[in-house]
Design a protein around this ligand. Structure first.
Ligand code: E4P
Length: 216
């Protein structure tokens, strides 16, 4: 399973990417706003930090305008993935960008039928939003399971990118449901390594190591 960092905070990206555990980055207009930075400037900086895929989202709503924006974003760096909304216009733009060899991430996916369309449009990634479905009392993880089944039935190569991940349980459940990629905020990724028994066990081992005079 690939791990993407869901942020436009370049300090957090540098820190987590240095662990070797992160494979790419996803952004959206809200995350760009939170960074307070110029959109293209911050995407170019992220692409210079990270070798893997970096999603940058168009803001147009008509296919022709999305294509213009998508091509401009793709020209920023070789690892830009153009993020398009899951609308008929977005799917049309996705089909064309795919034909031009541009990687795409079809975002704001909330149903299996939408994911089926993204695969038919040749999307590189589809982003089902788990947390936002949970927010309205629909089990987000069920959507990942449905998409996995449908894609496997037909051999679609579009990768399932579990998005809107809010906690470590979402990460584990996405992995169990067969998501190809998950994208999570830096705090959630950091939290994956934490367990109280690890902390307690390490403290005891260090105390005993000191008492035994162990040095390596
Ligand atoms: C990433 O591609 C998505 O835009 C992001 O995961 C959405 O997360 P949110 O629902 O917590 O805003």
């Amino acid at each position: 399973m690939q791990f993407f960092i869901d942020t436009a905070d370049t300090d957090a990206i540098r820190e987590l990417y240095a662990t070797g555990l992160a494979d790419g980055v996803t952004t959206n207009p809200s995350l760009i706003k939170k960074s307070g930075r110029d959109f293209k400037e911050v995407i170019a900086e992220i692409c210079a930090i990270v070798d893997g895929p970096v999603s940058a989202e168009v803001v147009a709503t008509e296919a022709d305008a999305m294509l213009r924006e998508g091509r401009a974003l793709a020209a920023l760096a070789r690892n830009v993935v153009v993020k398009l909304p899951l609308t008929l216009e977005g799917l049309k733009a996705c089909r064309q960008l795919t034909a031009e060899g541009v990687a795409t991430n079809v975002t704001l996916c909330f149903s299996a039928n939408q994911a089926l369309l993204a695969a038919k449009a040749g999307a590189t990634y589809v982003s089902p939003f788990i947390g936002r479905l949970d927010d309205i009392h629909i089990e987000g993880m069920e959507l990942i399971r449905e998409i996995r089944l449908i894609y496997d039935n037909y051999g679609f190569e579009t990768q399932i990118l579990a998005a809107s991940i809010r906690n470590p349980l979402h990460v584990k459940d996405s992995a169990m449901a067969g998501a190809d990629v998950m994208t999570a905020p830096p705090d959630v990724i950091r939290a994956l390594a934490v367990h109280p028994l690890t902390d307690k066990g390490l403290a005891a081992f260090l105390k005993d190591a000191a008492a035994a005079g162990i040095s390596v």
